[in-house]
Design a protein around this ligand. Structure first.
Ligand SMILES: N=c1c2ncn([C@@H]3O[C@H](COP(=O)(O)OP(=O)(O)OP(=O)(O)O)[C@@H](O)[C@H]3O)c2ncn1[C@@H]1O[C@H](COP(=O)(O)O)[C@@H](O)[C@H]1O
Length: 107
Protein backbone atom coordinates (compact mmCIF):
# COMPACT_ATOMS: atom_id res chain seq x y z
CA UNK A 1 0.00 0.00 0.00
CA UNK A 2 1.32 3.45 -0.96
CA UNK A 3 2.16 6.06 1.68
CA UNK A 4 0.92 8.80 -0.69
CA UNK A 5 -1.63 11.03 1.06
CA UNK A 6 -4.11 13.75 0.17
CA UNK A 7 -1.74 16.17 1.92
CA UNK A 8 0.98 15.15 -0.57
CA UNK A 9 -1.42 15.73 -3.48
CA UNK A 10 -2.47 19.09 -2.01
CA UNK A 11 1.21 20.15 -1.98
CA UNK A 12 1.65 19.06 -5.62
CA UNK A 13 -1.46 21.00 -6.67
CA UNK A 14 -0.27 24.05 -4.74
CA UNK A 15 3.07 23.95 -6.57
CA UNK A 16 1.61 23.27 -10.03
CA UNK A 17 -1.07 25.97 -9.65
CA UNK A 18 1.68 28.57 -9.40
CA UNK A 19 3.93 27.10 -12.07
CA UNK A 20 4.64 28.49 -15.53
CA UNK A 21 4.60 25.03 -17.13
CA UNK A 22 2.20 25.11 -20.07
CA UNK A 23 1.96 21.31 -19.90
CA UNK A 24 0.37 21.52 -16.43
CA UNK A 25 -3.33 20.54 -16.38
CA UNK A 26 -3.62 21.99 -12.85
CA UNK A 27 -2.33 25.38 -13.99
CA UNK A 28 -4.64 25.35 -17.03
CA UNK A 29 -7.73 24.34 -15.03
CA UNK A 30 -7.15 26.86 -12.25
CA UNK A 31 -6.66 29.54 -14.91
CA UNK A 32 -10.26 28.92 -16.04
CA UNK A 33 -11.66 29.92 -12.65
CA UNK A 34 -13.70 28.38 -9.86
CA UNK A 35 -16.75 27.70 -12.03
CA UNK A 36 -14.85 25.39 -14.40
CA UNK A 37 -13.00 23.69 -11.53
CA UNK A 38 -16.28 23.05 -9.70
CA UNK A 39 -17.91 21.79 -12.90
CA UNK A 40 -15.10 19.26 -13.39
CA UNK A 41 -15.46 18.15 -9.76
CA UNK A 42 -19.19 17.62 -10.32
CA UNK A 43 -18.58 15.61 -13.50
CA UNK A 44 -16.10 13.35 -11.74
CA UNK A 45 -18.53 12.91 -8.82
CA UNK A 46 -21.27 11.79 -11.22
CA UNK A 47 -18.87 9.36 -12.92
CA UNK A 48 -17.96 7.93 -9.50
CA UNK A 49 -21.65 7.58 -8.62
CA UNK A 50 -22.32 5.70 -11.87
CA UNK A 51 -19.38 3.36 -11.24
CA UNK A 52 -20.63 2.68 -7.69
CA UNK A 53 -24.17 1.94 -8.82
CA UNK A 54 -22.87 -0.36 -11.54
CA UNK A 55 -20.70 -2.18 -9.01
CA UNK A 56 -17.57 -1.57 -11.11
CA UNK A 57 -14.83 -1.46 -8.43
CA UNK A 58 -11.98 -0.69 -10.84
CA UNK A 59 -13.87 2.20 -12.43
CA UNK A 60 -14.96 3.45 -8.98
CA UNK A 61 -11.33 3.48 -7.86
CA UNK A 62 -10.26 5.44 -10.95
CA UNK A 63 -13.17 7.92 -10.82
CA UNK A 64 -12.67 8.47 -7.07
CA UNK A 65 -9.03 9.38 -7.76
CA UNK A 66 -10.23 11.90 -10.39
CA UNK A 67 -12.81 13.23 -7.92
CA UNK A 68 -10.34 13.68 -5.06
CA UNK A 69 -7.86 15.45 -7.35
CA UNK A 70 -10.54 17.84 -8.64
CA UNK A 71 -11.90 18.38 -5.10
CA UNK A 72 -8.44 19.47 -3.98
CA UNK A 73 -8.21 21.82 -6.99
CA UNK A 74 -11.52 23.40 -5.93
CA UNK A 75 -10.27 23.76 -2.34
CA UNK A 76 -7.07 25.35 -3.67
CA UNK A 77 -8.82 27.93 -5.85
CA UNK A 78 -11.22 28.65 -2.98
CA UNK A 79 -8.35 29.16 -0.50
CA UNK A 80 -9.64 26.42 1.81
CA UNK A 81 -6.76 24.34 3.22
CA UNK A 82 -7.30 20.58 3.42
CA UNK A 83 -6.37 20.86 7.12
CA UNK A 84 -9.56 22.91 7.70
CA UNK A 85 -11.61 20.06 6.23
CA UNK A 86 -9.76 17.53 8.39
CA UNK A 87 -10.32 19.72 11.48
CA UNK A 88 -14.05 19.79 10.65
CA UNK A 89 -14.11 15.99 10.28
CA UNK A 90 -12.14 15.56 13.50
CA UNK A 91 -14.64 17.75 15.39
CA UNK A 92 -17.40 15.36 14.36
CA UNK A 93 -15.82 12.19 15.70
CA UNK A 94 -17.37 12.46 19.18
CA UNK A 95 -20.94 11.90 17.98
CA UNK A 96 -22.86 9.84 15.48
CA UNK A 97 -24.01 11.33 12.21
CA UNK A 98 -27.66 11.25 13.34
CA UNK A 99 -26.80 12.99 16.65
CA UNK A 100 -25.02 15.72 14.67
CA UNK A 101 -28.03 16.10 12.38
CA UNK A 102 -30.41 16.41 15.36
CA UNK A 103 -28.19 19.13 16.91
CA UNK A 104 -28.46 21.42 13.87
CA UNK A 105 -30.55 24.58 14.32
CA UNK A 106 -34.04 24.35 12.77
CA UNK A 107 -34.47 26.14 9.42
N1 LIG B 1 -4.07 13.45 -9.95
C1 LIG B 1 -4.08 14.16 -10.97
C2 LIG B 1 -5.14 14.05 -11.92
N2 LIG B 1 -6.23 13.27 -11.96
C3 LIG B 1 -6.88 13.58 -13.11
N3 LIG B 1 -6.19 14.53 -13.79
C4 LIG B 1 -6.48 15.10 -15.10
O1 LIG B 1 -7.84 15.48 -15.14
C5 LIG B 1 -8.22 15.56 -16.50
C6 LIG B 1 -9.64 15.06 -16.57
O2 LIG B 1 -9.87 14.52 -17.80
P1 LIG B 1 -11.11 14.96 -18.69
O3 LIG B 1 -10.96 14.21 -19.97
O4 LIG B 1 -12.37 14.82 -17.92
O5 LIG B 1 -10.83 16.51 -18.85
P2 LIG B 1 -10.52 17.33 -20.12
O6 LIG B 1 -11.33 16.79 -21.25
O7 LIG B 1 -9.03 17.36 -20.33
O8 LIG B 1 -11.00 18.73 -19.64
P3 LIG B 1 -12.17 19.62 -20.20
O9 LIG B 1 -11.91 19.78 -21.66
O10 LIG B 1 -13.44 18.92 -19.86
O11 LIG B 1 -12.02 20.91 -19.45
C7 LIG B 1 -7.20 14.76 -17.32
O12 LIG B 1 -6.39 15.65 -18.06
C8 LIG B 1 -6.37 14.09 -16.22
O13 LIG B 1 -5.01 13.88 -16.58
C9 LIG B 1 -5.12 14.85 -13.06
N4 LIG B 1 -4.13 15.76 -13.29
C10 LIG B 1 -3.15 15.87 -12.38
N5 LIG B 1 -3.07 15.09 -11.25
C11 LIG B 1 -1.96 15.23 -10.28
O14 LIG B 1 -1.43 16.52 -10.37
C12 LIG B 1 -0.02 16.45 -10.71
C13 LIG B 1 0.35 17.67 -11.49
O15 LIG B 1 -0.30 17.64 -12.74
P4 LIG B 1 -0.04 18.80 -13.80
O16 LIG B 1 -0.57 20.04 -13.20
O17 LIG B 1 -0.79 18.41 -15.04
O18 LIG B 1 1.44 18.84 -14.03
C14 LIG B 1 0.13 15.13 -11.44
O19 LIG B 1 1.45 14.68 -11.43
C15 LIG B 1 -0.81 14.27 -10.61
O20 LIG B 1 -0.16 13.91 -9.38
Amino acid sequence: MTQFSLTDLEAIIDKRAGSEDKKSYTRKLIGKGVGKCAQKMGEEAVEAVIAAVEGDKQELTSETADLLYHLLVVLKISNVPLSDVMDELASRTGQTGLEEKASRPAD
